[in-house]
Write a protein that binds this ligand. Structure first.
Ligand code: NDP
Length: 243
């Protein structure tokens, strides 16, 4: 059955791969962007390759509300939320400013909360919903220079598990997908020697393609995954085993 799906930060990288995977299987798909979306002729909203883009900065509650309202008007209530938008601001703890810390938390963790809260009412009314939070292997593994990012990504586990306990009886699931190193703009910024070090640590010996995350997300949103909730599903080539 086609569903209405909203992917935050779906204009590029992992989010775009997730949006395209849902569109390919026939769902009604919307993404958020912050001004860079080929379909948004007026800079705000519009279609590109069958995916509806709405402008939204997830650090702004009013913008989140407006984006959901626009998606509801265009495609109907959001049945599948993929909270994907995220940033890094890596630096060692002793050099990490409060702004480095709080800006990452405000986007990655508070942003996911804003979207989940806005989505939950309609999911409750429909007695069906799927929330999927894109965390990171770093959330539970830790990473030097990533106190802010790891805290934000670990926080998503508590969010998903608490939502599971609150809404699990209403046919709403909340899960975390924890990617390892995926080839996107985010990892392109890493120095080559760091990338080589990371590759040595990954049992699979390689970084992954965004499609390898998208396949897990579409599966989690599907009817066959209805009894999975509060799970943390790694897509990391074995990097974080046991955490
Ligand atoms: P990219 O940097 O390629 O894309 C990030 C996306 O998030 C962009 O669409 C960006 O929008 C959006 N975004 C950032 N800040 C905001 C904001 N305040 N409001 C709305 N949208 C925002 O990242 P990836 O595709 O690599 O990562 C996607 C998710 O996966 C992130 O949460 C990341 O932490 C996580 N992840 C990535 C891994 C990797 O190896 N790449 C590994 C593990 C997790 P815009 O285009 O406007 O900047």
């Amino acid at each position: 059955m086609p569903r209405t799906v909203l992917v935050t930060g779906g204009n590029r990288g992992i989010g775009l791969a997730i949006a395209q995977a849902f569109a390919k299987q026939g769902d009604r798909v919307a993404i958020t962007h912050r001004g860079r979306w080929a379909g948004a002729a007026d800079g705000d909203s519009g279609y590109h390759e069958g995916v509806f883009g709405v402008r939204c900065d997830i650090t702004d509650s009013a913008a989140v509300d407006a984006a959901f309202t626009a998606v509801e008007a265009e495609l109907g209530p959001v049945e599948v939320l993929v909270a994907n938008a995220g940033i890094t601001a890596d630096t060692l703890l002793l050099r990490m400013s409060e702004d480095d810390f709080t800006s990452v938390i405000d986007t990655n963790l508070n942003g996911a909360y804003r979207c989940a809260k806005r989505a939950a009412g309609k999911m409750l009314r429909a007695k069906w919903g799927r929330m999927i939070f894109i965390s990171s292997v770093v959330g539970l593994f830790g990473g030097p220079g990533q106190v802010n990012y790891a805290a934000s990504k670990a926080g998503l586990v508590g969010v998903a598990r608490s939502i599971t306990r609150e809404l699990g009886s209403r046919n709403i699931t909340a899960n975390v997908v924890a990617p390892g190193y995926i080839d996107t703009d985010m990892t392109a910024a890493l120095p080559d020697d760091r990338k080589a070090e990371y590759r040595k640590l990954i049992p699979a010996g390689r970084f992954a393609d965004p499609d390898e995350v998208a396949g897990v997300v579409t599966w989690l949103a599907g009817d066959t995954a209805g009894y999975i909730s509060g799970a943390v599903i790694p897509v990391d080539g074995g990097l974080g085993m046991g955490h």
